[in-house]
Design a protein around this ligand. Structure first.
Ligand code: ADE
Ligand code: ZN
Length: 332
């Protein structure tokens, strides 16, 4: 089987996807119109032309602006259902979705509205397409510790449906240590933890995520390769990295996909996974990330399968379900 077909039929788990980052301009326009919200863009083409980023912050500014049109439960349902349809098409059989409650609650949209719309779409996708999922609630790291505590409190009525807390938004200047206490409180409530670290931020941020936030996975973590000791630790602790290749190119973390360090980390034995991050903004969902990365880095079929196996091993699925997907992949 050629690699393109292998990627297409391979069962995959996605572990790093911001639901607000799957907001395609067409849907954004549709929802803006029905909610009678005006945007500074006059057409879908104009929106896409604005997607020229030079770093994380230049992307985040537009990403938060796009999310402004989301007001009602139906909007969050439509957003989530559209992403899950892409999962179905790409043979993503399990997904662990980030959502940013503060992006919405600071605009007066309630936590309940956001949660209910997303949750109903997840339930429908399970019934229609058999896609399993978990939800991860992220704290925006450019906001205060106090705001994060308030968000944690708001989430508690829904906690049985939220598996973990995460940390996203502007990394530089907002180290994981800023959120040590709120992550401790979240763990005491039974949440698992993950955090973006080492996307733009330095190695000490990755160490803080591990040591202070007690994460189960590092989101991005591509700067780990700057430190041999850290790489050895990640291998020894089987600590997964949720790498997002097309995102890294769009946000200028690497100049070209051929420069990406994913293959080097995979060959060092790090449990790396491939993910799409904010696919509506970065030019591709899961299969596109796999296809372009496999081509640019000349990945073998075995390496492609290993990436898919890693995605299940690194997921929050139960051990039996993980094993059954891994067996399917090994049999291909
Ligand atoms: N929020 C959405 N995408 C993000 C990314 N790649 N890094 C940090 N915060 C984000
Ligand atoms: Zn991300």
């Amino acid at each position: 089987m050629d690699q393109l077909n292998l990627i297409k039929i391979l069962p995959k788990a996605e572990l790093h996807l911001h639901i607000e980052g799957s907001f395609e301009p067409e849907l954004m326009f549709e929802i803006a119109q029905r909610n009678k919200v005006s945007t500074r863009f006059k057409s879908v083409e104009e929106v896409r032309e604005a997607y020229n980023f030079h770093n994380l912050q230049s992307f985040l500014d537009i990403y938060y602006e796009g999310a402004n049109v989301l007001l009602y439960e139906q909007d969050f349902y439509d957003l989530t259902k559209a992403y899950l349809k892409k999962c179905h098409e790409d043979h993503v059989v399990h997904t662990e979705i980030f959502f940013d409650p503060q992006t919405h609650t600071t605009r007066g949209v309630s936590f309940e509205t956001v949660f209910k719309g997303i949750h109903l779409a997840l339930t429908d996708a399970k019934n229609e397409w058999g896609i399993s999922s978990h939800l991860i609630m992220c704290f925006l790291r450019h906001l205060s510790e106090e705001d994060a505590f308030a968000t944690l409190k708001e989430s508690l009525p829904f906690k049985k449906h939220i598996i973990a807390v995460g940390l996203d938004s502007s990394e530089l200047g907002h180290p994981p240590s800023k959120f040590e206490r709120v992550f401790k409180a979240a763990r005491a409530e039974g949440f698992l933890t993950v955090a973006h670290a080492g996307e733009e931020g330095p190695v000490p941020y990755i160490l803080e995520a591990l040591d202070l936030l007690k994460v189960s996975r590092i989101d991005h973590g591509v700067r780990s390769l700057e430190n041999d000791q850290l790489i050895e630790r990640l291998v020894k602790e089987k600590m997964p990295l949720t790498v997002c290749p097309l995102s890294n190119i769009k946000l200028c973390v690497f100049k070209n996909l051929t420069d990406h360090n994913l293959k080097k980390m995979l060959q060092r034995g790090v449990k790396v996974t491939i993910n799409s991050d904010d696919p509506a903004y970065f030019g591709g969902y899961m299969n596109e990330n796999f296809i372009q990365t496999a081509k640019a880095l000349n990945l073998s079929s075995e390496e492609i399968k290993q990436l898919a196996i890693n995605s299940f091993e690194a997921s929050f699925l139960d051990p039996e379900t993980k094993q059954s997907w891994i067996k399917k992949i090994q049999g291909l």
